[in-house]
Design a protein. Structure first.
Length: 265
């Protein structure tokens, strides 16, 4: 029998898709690959989603979180070029959970996105994209979340743009600054991973070209905030040059789409 699986990342698009599909596919299995390094807000959001769905979201990786694989990889923190984390903490647990059963995998890519979704190479998994098929864009996703009462992910209140590990190397410099201000304890824990790699003695850093110790210096944090405000102002000016039809027709997607699709969809 074909199974129907929807993987939640803790992000808004997969949450909206779960809400959208609740009454359309009642036999849906909801999963969440828990790295055990998620933000506390993500765990809280998952509970909110479970309440709405009236179903438990199955947690994968209950035993083997990030630190297990960090040790297996010799204490080398992942990066865009060394993305063992996505492979071992997201893809593999998903494929293990699926096994050999025929599966339809529901993916929350929107109609206004150009990103490619995760297509498993396993022949028994077929990915489907309900939002793209039904032409749903960013404004529709917001509406689904707000109308349901589930709301946007709570970490967006303090300016974090994506779900995933609190130390994810995909976060922008400004998000590191916000993490430091909002969750200083998590920032310290992220910092503790920046130690000499046993294979070479090199120190790998989460953020490009600087360690978190350098980034957290008050003058550096102020400079990052200033740069961010400048970029935002330039973006606003560009938007003002656009027609209203482009803005309200959702041709403009006001968010950073870079990063790990599997972890932040
Ligand atoms: S959120 Fe970032 S650090 Fe965590 S598994 Fe995904 S890519 Fe890796």
């Amino acid at each position: 029998m074909t199974r129907h699986i929807l993987s939640l990342s803790g992000g808004k698009d997969s949450a909206a898709l779960a809400i959208y599909m609740r009454d359309r596919v009642t036999e849906m299995e909801y999963i969440f690959s828990d790295t055990r390094k998620e933000l506390p807000e993500t765990y809280e959001y998952l509970e909110r989603i479970e309440d709405y769905l009236g179903k438990r979201v199955h947690r994968l990786n209950a035993e083997l979180g990030f630190d297990h694989w960090y040790d297996v990889y010799g204490g080398m923190i992942p990066s865009n070029h060394r993305r063992w984390c996505t492979k071992m903490l997201k893809l593999k647990p998903f494929e293990d959970f699926v096994g050999e059963d025929p599966v339809i995998n529901y993916v929350g890519l929107r109609a206004d996105e150009k990103r490619a979704g995760y297509i498993s190479h396993k022949p028994n998994i077929t990915a489907v994209y309900p939002f793209q098929n039904d032409g749903l864009k960013l404004a529709d996703i917001r509406e689904i979340l707000l109308d349901s009462g589930v709301g946007l992910p709570p970490y967006t209140k303090w300016g974090r743009t994506r779900s995933g590990c609190f130390f994810c190397f995909y976060q922008q410099k400004i998000e590191w600054v916000r993490l430091k201000e909002e969750h200083p304890d998590l920032f310290e824990r992220a910092k503790a991973y920046e130690r000499p790699y046993e294979g070479s003695g090199n120190i790998f850093t989460w953020s490009e070209r600087e360690s978190l110790t350098e980034l957290e210096q008050p003058e550096r944090m102020e400079a990052i905030k200033r740069e961010y405000e400048l970029r935002k102002a330039r973006k606003r000016e560009r938007r003002e040059d656009l027609t209203l039809a482009q803005v309200f027709g959702n041709e403009v997607v006001d968010e950073d789409e870079s990063g790990c699709l599997i972890c932040s969809l």
